[in-house]
Design a protein around this ligand. Structure first.
Ligand code: URA
Length: 244
């Protein structure tokens, strides 16, 4: 295992949501936790926090969950909310139950509406979260939009010019790129993330969005083999692709 930060075994497992520190101490004493196959009976012992820790540390023979510093990509289905608190199905319900007790907590990087599907990133790394949502990072988000009425043919130019003012706002929008796929379907790429932005942009040009799906963030596309409701740990290359 490589060198790096360490954490007491009981604190690490408690922070991963396995139970209280006292419970973790009891598990260790009973030989249920192993490091490279050897029982680790002393829960005071510090273990290195590395990405490959699950390959070394096991509880009841099973690799432990990934340690803090994770990023996930989720194929958000329709009908779930990006909130920790609201009633009804939440995106966090799609993750293992134990992960709700993780410390630091996992949060979505930005949000998608309840009625929007597609690529949603989550992390417990506050610095990463801020880097992705910071306007300075210019992470472009691409949406597939289905519309109620046929496009007029003027929308792409209107959006590309920038300066569109959304209802109730005082700051004009930055330019956005729209590509027409069919009379009622388009791809729209945004570099900012205002509340209900896509829906409000089309409302501003007299149309109505009937379906909305996010296909990519920066250079990271929603993988074809990630079904709605499924998530996957992001590799370092996936994270780099967001900024690529
Ligand atoms: N724009 C919207 O209107 N909704 C989303 O979920 C994302 C962008």
């Amino acid at each position: 295992m490589s060198r790096g930060p360490t954490l007491r075994l009981d604190r690490l497992l408690a922070n991963l949501g396995y139970g209280s520190r006292r419970e973790m101490q009891a598990l260790a004493k009973n030989g249920r936790i192993t490091l490279d196959g050897e029982p680790l009976r002393d829960a005071d012992k510090h273990v290195p926090i590395t990405r490959d820790l699950p390959e070394h540390l096991r509880l009841d023979g099973k690799p432990i969950d990934p340690p803090p510093g994770i990023a996930l990509m989720l194929h958000k289905p329709l009908g779930v909310t990006c909130s920790h608190k609201e009633a009804g199905p939440l995106v966090y319900d799609l993750l293992p139950t134990r992960w709700r007790m993780r410390e630091p907590a996992i949060s979505t990087i930005g949000r998608l509406d309840k009625d929007t599907s597609g690529l949603l990133l989550l992390t417990d790394d506050g610095a990463l979260l801020h880097r992705v949502i910071s306007p300075k990072s210019h992470v472009a988000k691409r949406y597939r939009v289905t519309l109620d009425r046929p496009l007029t043919g003027e929308e792409a130019e209107t959006f590309a010019a920038g300066g569109l003012m959304l209802e109730g706002e005082t700051k004009p929008l930055l330019p956005a790129v729209m590509e027409t796929l069919s009379p009622t379907q388009a791809l729209l790429t945004l570099t900012e993330g205002r509340y209900h932005q896509v829906r409000r942009m089309f409302a501003a040009v007299g149309n109505h969005v009937t379906a909305l799906h996010r296909e990519s963030m920066g250079g990271l596309n929603l993988p074809d083999d990630l079904a709605a409701g499924e998530y996957r740990l992001m590799s370092e290359a996936d994270v780099a692709a967001v900024f690529g």
